[in-house]
Design a protein. Structure first.
Length: 203
């Protein structure tokens, strides 16, 4: 009887190998051969699942994005209070700041990919910016829910606030990664920002 191969599990093993290498030596230094060695599989197998390095990197970003959303959901599931749209936004901001190993890894790999894609047309050809776009739509919907329930007044612009919040947490996240500010201070800034958004729009 032929041996059963769990292709999804094998793909995840290869993706995790890339992520481990990226955090250890930098994404720009990672090669398909190095990933194969880290995953303890053949180079041919890595190429079978992922045609090139750009495709493998993009798959890693999608996996990290999914993991981040799961952590966001896990934080929400631990809430005793009701999951109001405002509270969901606050928890998103907390998750987006790289104050834990998993969130630091996500921020590091995504930022590294973005920097490489600025000068690499092959990397840029993959829709790596779709993740932030999906997140922006999700946050926009949350701001709209706040508007419908009355906590965010009608004159506020949900799309603008979603874009601004993402820009804020991305910038603060990078500042945390380089040691410019600590995670606690960055989280405090995001919470103060949300307080101001909901307060000033009522004026």
């Amino acid at each position: 009887m032929p041996k059963f191969v769990d292709h999804e599990e094998r793909c995840n093993e290869i993706i995790h190998a890339l992520i481990k290498l990226a955090t250890r030596i930098g994404l720009h230094e990672v090669t398909m051969r190095a990933v194969a060695a880290e995953a303890n599989v053949s180079l041919r197998l890595v190429q079978y699942y992922f045609t090139d390095k750009a495709g493998l990197m993009h798959a890693a970003l999608l996996k990290l994005e999914a993991d981040s959303h799961q952590r966001w959901a896990d934080r929400l599931s631990g809430e005793i209070t009701s999951e109001s749209p405002r509270r969901i936004l606050e928890i998103f901001a907390n998750e987006a700041i790289p104050n834990e190993p998993d969130s630091r890894t996500f921020h590091l790999v995504w930022l590294s990919y973005a920097v490489i894609a600025m000068t690499d047309s092959v990397m840029a050809s993959h829709p790596f910016a779709d993740g932030p776009k999906r997140l922006e739509r999700q946050l926009c919907n949350l701001f709209m829910e706040c508007q419908r329930e009355g906590s965010l007044p009608a004159q506020a612009n949900p799309s603008f606030e979603a874009t601004r919040l993402i820009a804020l947490v991305h910038g603060l996240g990078t500042s945390v990664m380089i040691g410019h500010v600590d995670a606690a201070a960055a989280i405090a800034v995001t919470q103060r920002h949300l307080d101001d958004v909901f307060k000033q729009t009522k004026m």
